[in-house]
Design a binder for this molecule. Sequence first.
Ligand code: ZN
Length: 221
Amino acid sequence: MAEILPGVFQVEGVDPPGWTTHVYLLRDAPKSYTVVDAGLEGADDAILRYAAGLGIAPKEIRRILITHLHGDHTGGLARLREKTGARVYAHWAEASFLEHDPVYDGPGSKPPTPVRVDERLSDGDRIDAGGGLIAYHTPGHTPGHTVFYQPERKYLITGDLLAYHGEELALGPEPYSLHLPTMRLSARRVAQLSIDALLTYHGGPRLANAGAALRKLALPG
Ligand SMILES: [Zn+2]
C-alpha cells in the first residue's frame, strides 16, 4: 500500500501513461488525512480510490495542501475539494492565481478553471497536518511556490522546487520555471534544514540520506 514513511503514503494509480507525478497522503490522526497536491485532471478519482483501499472515506480527507498552481498539481483539485469537503491551503500569492485573480501568465499550465483557496499561507506557517508541518515559501518555479517540512521526521515535500532525474537531484522542471536564480536561492535556503527524506513530485521520493544530495546541489563550495 506504499506507506513510504510512518503515516506517509505515496498515492498509486494517479498517472496517465507517460507521466510520473507523486501525490502524497498524510495521516494526521485517526480519521483525519491530508493530501499534498492534486495531480492532473481526473486524479481526484484515483486519489479517492486509493484512499478507499486504505479504508479512508472521502470526508476523512480534511485538507489539501498545494505547492503551486501548475495544472499537473491542481488538475484534480476542484473536484477533490468538492467531493471531500476538504479545506485547500496555498501560499497567498499562489492562491490569487489559483482563483484566477489575476490569471497567471508565467510558464507552465494553469488551472483551467478558478479554484477557491480556503487558507492563505505565509512563510513559516505551521499546519496541523501529518504530525505538524511548516510551510516554507520557496519562490522561483512560481511566485508563491511552497514546500512542506516535517521537523521530527525530517522529511521535505518539495513540489517542483526539486526533482529527481533518475538518481540525480536537480532543480524542478526548468522550462516551466519562472525565475531560476530565485529558485536557486530557495533551494539554498531549504538546504539549511535537517533532512533525511526528500519527497519530490517528479521523480518521486528518496527516503534516506537525501539531505547530503540537496546540500551538494544547493550550497556553494
Ligand atoms: Zn510546476
